[in-house]
Write a protein that binds this ligand. Structure first.
Ligand SMILES: [Zn+2]
Length: 185
């Protein structure tokens, strides 16, 4: 189980293990926005695992260039075909040049999207306008990518993360309880 960490502006910042999420919580670095139903028990108390947390202090600004790679494109697109919306694993999905390479299209963030094999084949070397396909969203340079252990596929991201722009591909994990940040209730 993992914890989605939002920055102060409620934008996805990173994804960490729940253990790390708890460590952030205990160090007073974050407020909990959503919790899992699962509990951890200590000798004296029990508490629920953090599902979505928000940092209490701003993230230090740093210019972070995310490397263009096949995997990072798939991660940016949430492992979902940008034409039909079909989700898949890294093996199922391909990269498609929106402007085909044969027509001068570049291999860069702004021209490459995740595509399932049928859509990629259907599009072939045609320009988008003549392919009968439409893009879910225009591709761009990502400002953040999930980090941490085992996050190359967001396949089982909790449903609640969708609210924060991190979209699940498969059946969501249960994570429903919303608790107001400490001190507001
Ligand atoms: Zn598709």
């Amino acid at each position: 189980m993992r914890t989605l960490v939002l920055d102060q502006g409620y934008q996805p910042h990173r994804i960490v293990s729940w253990q790390k999420g708890i460590a952030l919580l205990f160090r007073g670095k974050v407020d909990v926005l959503e919790e899992y139903d699962d509990e951890v028990r200590t000798v004296s108390s029990a508490f629920r695992l953090p599902c979505v947390v928000r940092l209490r202090v701003p993230v230090p600004f740093r210019v972070q260039r995310i490397r263009f790679s096949r995997l990072n494109v798939l991660r940016r697109d949430g492992f979902v075909c940008q034409y039909c919306g079909q989700g898949g694993s890294a093996r199922d999905l391909t990269l498609d040049h929106v402007v085909p390479k044969a027509r001068g299209g570049q291999t860069a963030w702004g021209n490459v999207v995740a595509a399932c094999k049928p859509c990629n084949q259907r599009k072939g070397d045609r320009p988008l306008s003549r392919s009968g396909l439409t893009l879910k969203k225009p591709p761009g340079v990502p400002t953040w990518l999930p980090t941490g252990p085992g996050h190359d596929e967001l396949g089982s991201a909790p449903d609640a993360w969708g609210e924060w722009g991190v979209v699940a591909r498969q059946a969501p994990e249960a994570c429903a309880t919303v608790r107001a940040p400490a001190g507001t209730s």
